[in-house]
Design a protein around this ligand. Structure first.
Ligand SMILES: CC(C)(COP(=O)(O)OP(=O)(O)OC[C@H]1O[C@@H](n2cnc3c(N)ncnc32)[C@H](O)[C@@H]1OP(=O)(O)O)[C@@H](O)C(=O)NCCC(=O)NCCS
Length: 153
């Protein structure tokens, strides 16, 4: 198996949309319009993971000043528990920290146990519960991780 992490290009758009729709239930997965809007934000960073030449996942983060917001991280079901999510997250944390971010925030559904385990493993802590955050009925945790400034070269 060969794994490649690389920046998003516009040719990936339809693939990432399909992956997001495979990773989240209808109504929580992003629509074409919303995904494009996030990708077009001036502070957006998106990294794609390719396994043996096929896109297996991606992460999308938006940075504004010292704060970053993780919009989504998606790994196809058949590619999970092999460290791809961890590699995507490490890469994007380093990228936004190098550009000035000192913390990352995100939201995750309170019933998404795999994701919660993933976030805890990577040092994210719950700040509060956002009532009925998804579809006006599913609660979410607002999570946070401070980022260390990059070490001097
Ligand atoms: C969350 C997600 C990105 C993790 O991707 P992944 O490539 O499977 O993650 P990794 O293999 O790097 O897992 C790292 C660690 O996270 C934890 N973890 C990941 N999936 C887990 C699961 N299903 N159950 C328990 N712990 C889990 C484990 O501690 C794991 O380490 P281990 O495999 O050595 O035990 C993936 O499950 C996913 O895309 N889910 C659907 C979309 C989603 O919910 N995204 C996050 C919502 S904000």
């Amino acid at each position: 198996m060969s794994l490649l992490l690389r920046p998003y290009t516009s040719a990936d758009f339809e693939t990432l949309l399909a992956i997001d729709q495979a990773c989240y239930p209808p109504g929580i997965a992003y629509s074409k319009r919303i995904l494009r809007w996030f990708l077009d934000q001036p502070g957006a960073y998106c990294v794609v993971a390719e396994e043996d030449g096929q896109v297996a996942g991606f992460v999308l983060v938006e940075r504004e000043g010292t704060r970053a917001h993780l919009i989504t991280i998606d790994v196809l079901e058949g590619a999970r528990r092999r460290g791809i999510g961890t590699m995507l997250l490490d890469t994007i944390e380093h990228t936004v920290a190098a550009r000035g971010a000192r913390a990352i925030e995100l939201e995750t559904a309170t019933d998404n146990e795999p994701a919660i385990a993933f976030w805890h493993k990577h040092g994210y802590r719950t700040m509060r519960v956002l009532k009925r955050y998804y579809l006006n009925r599913i609660d979410a945790y607002s999570m946070y991780k401070p980022l260390a400034p990059p070490k001097e070269a």
